[in-house]
Design a binder for this molecule. Structure first.
Ligand SMILES: N[C@@H](CCC(=O)N[C@@H](CS)C(=O)NCC(=O)O)C(=O)O
Length: 239
C-alpha cells in the first residue's frame, strides 16, 4: 500500500496509474478532497490515493492541475480537478450507485444550496477560525445567519431526500470540522438548528462517513499546526 505521507517539493512524480486504474490526489485534512473521498467510499470505487503537501507542493503537481488544489483525479491519462466536477465525473464513469440527481430541478436545487453555502457560510467559517477576539461576535452572527439558510434547506431526513446523496456528501466535511469553532464558543445547538443537529447524527451512522471520518481532536490538532504556519499534513500518522 502506498504511503499516506504527503509528497512535497523535490519528490519524484509517481508513475501514472495503470490502465483503468483511478488515482486521487488528496490532502488528508482537506474538506474538498473529503467530498470526493465520500463519493468514492459511497460508490465503493477502488482507487489509490496520493497525498500532497500543499505548503511545499511537488513540482509535478502543477503539471497535473494549473489550479494546484486538491482534489484531483487521474485515470487513463486524463485529469479532472475541482471537487464538484470530480464527483460528477465519478458518477459519469462509474454509473453504478449514481449519486448525482438525474432530475434537472433537483440537481439545480442541490447546486443552489451549495451556492448558498459558498455565499453565506463558508467564508465566515474560515474567518472565525482565525479571528481576533473582538471580531468574533459580528462574524459569529453572520455565520449563524448563513447557517440558518442551510437549516431551512434541509429536507429531512437527508438533504438529498430519503437517502444521503450528493448534497449531503458535499456539505458534510464542513460539519465534521465545526469542532474547530468550539474553542471560540460556537456549537451547533439543538434549539437553534434542530434539523441540522439531527442530520449530523444520521450522517455519523453511515459507513461511508465513518470510512472518511477524523475525530474532533485530530481536526483541532491539525488546525493548530495550520494556524502556526507549518501545517503538519502527516499529523496522526505513525512514524
Ligand atoms: N474549489 C476547490 C477548492 C479546493 C481547495 O481549496 N483545496 C485546498 C485544500 S483544502 C487546496 O488544495 N489548497 C491549496 C492552495 O490553495 O494552494 C474544490 O472544490 O475542489
Amino acid at each position: 500500500m502506498p504511503s499516506e505521507r504527503a509528497m512535497k517539493t523535490g519528490s519524484a512524480c509517481p508513475p501514472p496509474p495503470g490502465p483503468g486504474k483511478l488515482r486521487l490526489y488528496s490532502q488528508r485534512f482537506c474538506p474538498y478532497a473529503q467530498r470526493t473521498r465520500l463519493f468514492l467510499a459511497a460508490k465503493g470505487i477502488e482507487h489509490e490515493t496520493i497525498n500532497v503537501n500543499l505548503k511545499e507542493k511537488p513540482e509535478w503537481f502543477f503539471e497535473k492541475t494549473p489550479i494546484a488544489k486538491v482534489p484531483v483525479l487521474e485515470k487513463d491519462g486524463k485529469i479532472v480537478y475541482e471537487s464538484l466536477v470530480c464527483n460528477e465525473y465519478l458518477d459519469g464513469i462509474y454509473p453504478d450507485k449514481c449519486i448525482t440527481p438525474s432530475d434537472p430541478l433537483e440537481k439545480a436545487r442541490q447546486s443552489m444550496v451549495l451556492a448558498l453555502w459558498d455565499a453565506k457560510v463558508v467564508d465566515f467559517y474560515y474567518k472565525l477560525v482565525t479571528a481576533k477576539e473582538d471580531e468574533r461576535p459580528a462574524l459569529t452572527k453572520q455565520f449563524v445567519d448563513g447557517l440558518q439558510y442551510i437549516e431551512n434547506a434541509l429536507t429531512q431526513p437527508f438533504f438529498s431526500g430519503d437517502k444521503a446523496g450528493a448534497l449531503d456528501y458535499n456539505l458534510w466535511p464542513f460539519f465534521e470540522r465545526l469542532c474547530m469553532l468550539k474553542p471560540i464558543g460556537f456549537e451547533l445547538s439543538v434549539d437553534q438548528f434542530p434539523k441540522l443537529t439531527a442530520w449530523v447524527e444520521r450522517m455519523m451512522q453511515l459507513p461511508e462517513v465513518k470510512a472518511c471520518y477524523f475525530p474532533p481532536e485530530l481536526h483541532v490538532q491539525f488546525g493548530k499546526t495550520m494556524m502556526s504556519g507549518s501545517p503538519d499534513y502527516d499529523f496522526g500518522l505513525e512514524e
